[in-house]
Design a protein around this ligand. Sequence first.
Ligand SMILES: O=C(O)CCC(=O)C(=O)O
Length: 302
Amino acid sequence: MALNILTPSQVQQWKEDGYLLLPNFFSPEESEEMLDEAKRLCDEFDVTDHPMTTFKTQADGEHVGDDYFLSSGDKIRYFLEPSSLATATPSEPSKLLVEPAKSINKIGHALAPLNPIYKKYTLDNPKIVGLAKDLGEQESPRVLQSMIICKQPRIGGIVPCHNDSTFLYTDPPSAIGCWIALEDCTPSNGCLSFLPGSHKAARIASRFVRDPSGKGTTFTDVPGIEKNQENWDEMEGWKEASCPAGTLVLIHGSVMHKSPPNKSDKSRLIYTFHMIEGGNGTIYDEKNWLQPTEEMPFPALF
Ligand SMILES: O=C(O)CCC(=O)C(=O)O
C-alpha cells in the first residue's frame, strides 16, 4: 500500500523505537494558530467557581480523581499545576499563587471534538488521517483525551516514567499518542524523553481505573498479565526528544517516556490527543477513568 505521510524507513523506525519524531509535520502558520488558541484558552480561564482541581501523576502518590476530572471526557476543563496553589487550611480556602493563565497544568479532555481550531488539526485533518492510515495499526481509530499541556515556566511539574496504555487501557492494548510541539521543546523547558524499544518489552500489567468505591482513581492489575520487573526509569539508553514547534511526536502505547519539570523561564505548550482501536473486537470498558458519553462517544478518525 502506498504511504502518503510516512516513508518506509520512518515506519521501520517507529516499529523499532516505539516513538517517532516528525519535524515540520505542521507548518509554522498551522502550529502558530494552535499556539494562539492555547494562549487564548489560558487567558480566558476564570477561576471563579473552579473546584481547584490540580493534575498530578506521581505513580507512588496521590492521583487526581474528583468529579470535575472524571467527567471531563466530553468537556473543555482546566486542571491546575499543584505548585500554583496554596492548598486550603481549616481557616482559608485554596488560593492561586500566580495569575490564573499561568496556573494551568492542562486543558482537556475533549478539545478535538469541541474546539474548532483543534478539530481542524485533528478530526478534520487529512495529514492526521493519512498518518494513522500509514501506520496501519488501527482499523478504526477513535480519538480521545485531546488536551493542551502547558508545562508552565518555573512551576511546570515532572511527568514521571509511564506508558500510555496503562492510562487508556483497551483489551488488547492499542493506544497511540500524537503529541504536537507548539513551542520549541528542549531539556531545559521539559521536552519528552523516551526509552527506545521499551514498547517491545513492557507488558501492560496494570491499568489506571475509577476506584470501585465510587470515589477517585486507582491502579489495578490486568488479569493474566505477568508484572514487569524492570526499573525502566533507571535503565540506560534514555533519549531526550528535543524538537522545534510544529513537530508531531508519535508515541506507542507501551513505550516508556517521561518529562522533567520546567525550571526555565520559557513555556512549553503542546497539544496532544490519543487514538485507540475502535474496531477489531477491541474493548474499552467502563473501568477506565476516562469515559465517553452517550451524547459524545469517542469520535472516529475515519
Ligand atoms: O507532555 C508531557 O510532558 C508528557 C506527555 C505524556 O506523557 C503523554 O502524552 O503521554
